[in-house]
Ligand binder design. Structure first.
Ligand code: A2P
Length: 317
């Protein structure tokens, strides 16, 4: 299994288990099965509303002697309603308590979007706080404190474009070690990848399979389906593997981490086995030329009418 190496020598397995959309009642079995199958990297977030159940699975895996804490890589994310300095530590403490852990391997700012503390998802424009009210530098400084206290071994961001990464790095005591973004052959974002690699920021590809299990209100009509892409299907046939494995292997070959979500035991195993799929330069080149450009998670909820956020500020590529 390939891994990503951080400045202090810590390593994160390139393929992790995604837990967004993994329903309570299913995610315990999924995480436990993943660990039994060899996963050592689990991607979580407070807003996935399932960290308690993930925590029970982590606890059981450790109690049963399947794995030691130091062999696991656990990531979580700070939700938009806790960006203010005083709200960050309580949010991280809650995540740690739910996950039954003393520290996270990686803690990310989930979105460069701030909301009022009592808001989970915004109903209207008044639910937001603008970035002049809660600057990203304030939130980042709070994460730096969590890093200094040892509650998060590494800190980073998610859904940040080049401008926002620049902004955070300008005054950072600790630079972001990770940017987790939507990434797949329909949204390769080569400029962002090059920028991050030039600045020693790792990338994690989320929604690598297109997140077809999103709620229908998050979907647009006639979305392209990665699994049905003729180039992806053709490469899968040549390697005697599945389209999902081609998509996961593509991310690994680009030097990023990737967090396919599944709660199905067979697919959990299949996704980890993507590590054995060796795409050729020719395959990578063919995928580069697919020529479709599509963002599944477009952040439009943050850009509702009257909100201080605009999609053109979020995405530049
Ligand atoms: P399931 O959980 O039933 O396996 P993403 O990681 O991009 O968010 O995509 C997750 C979606 O892809 C879920 O619907 C998940 O369903 C499905 N999925 C995960 N792994 C595979 C696979 N190997 N083949 C087909 N579908 C998969």
């Amino acid at each position: 299994m390939k891994s990503l190496t951080f400045a202090n020598g810590d390593t994160m397995p390139a393929i992790g288990l995604g837990t967004w959309k993994s329903a309570p009642g299913e995610v315990f079995d999924a995480v436990l099965h993943a660990i039994k199958s060899g996963y050592r990297h689990i991607d979580c977030a407070a807003i996935y509303m399932n960290e308690k159940e993930v925590g029970k699975a982590l606890r059981k895996a450790m109690d049963d002697g399947l794995v030691k804490r130091e062999d696991l890589w656990v990531t979580s994310k700070l939700w938009n309603n806790a960006h203010k300095r005083d709200d960050i530590k309580p949010a991280l403490k809650k995540t740690l308590s739910d996950l039954q852990l003393d520290y996270l391997d990686l803690y990310l700012v989930h979105w460069p979007v701030a909301m009022k503390p009592d808001v989970v998802f915004p109903d209207g424009p008044d639910d937001f706080l603008s970035l002049s009210e809660v600057p990203l530098s304030e939130t980042w400084s709070g994460l730096e404190d969590m890093h200094a206290e040892g509650l998060a071994r590494h800190i980073g961001v998610s859904n940040f474009n080049i401008e926002k990464l620049d902004e955070v790095m300008r005054n950072a005591r600790v630079r972001p070690a990770m940017n987790q973004v939507e990434m797949h052959p329909y949204l390769a974002q080569q400029k962002l990848v090059d920028y991050c690699h030039d600045h020693d920021i790792h990338l994690t590809a989320y929604s690598p399979l297109g997140s077809g299990d999103r709620a229908s209100r998050m979907k647009r009509e006639n979305e392209p389906v990665l699994f049905d892409d003729p180039t992806i299907k053709d490469i899968a046939r040549q390697h005697d593997c599945t389209p999902a494995q081609v998509l996961i292997s593509w991310a690994v070959h680009r030097g990023t981490a990737v967090i396919p979500k599944s709660t199905n035991p067979g697919r959990i195993e299949q996704n980890l086995a993507s590590a054995e799929v060796n795409l050729t330069e020719g395959d990578m080149e063919a995928i580069k030329h697919i020529g479709k450009d599509f963002r599944y998670i477009d952040g439009s909820l943050w850009a509702m009418e009257g909100s201080p956020y605009e999609l053109s500020d979020l995405w530049t590529e």
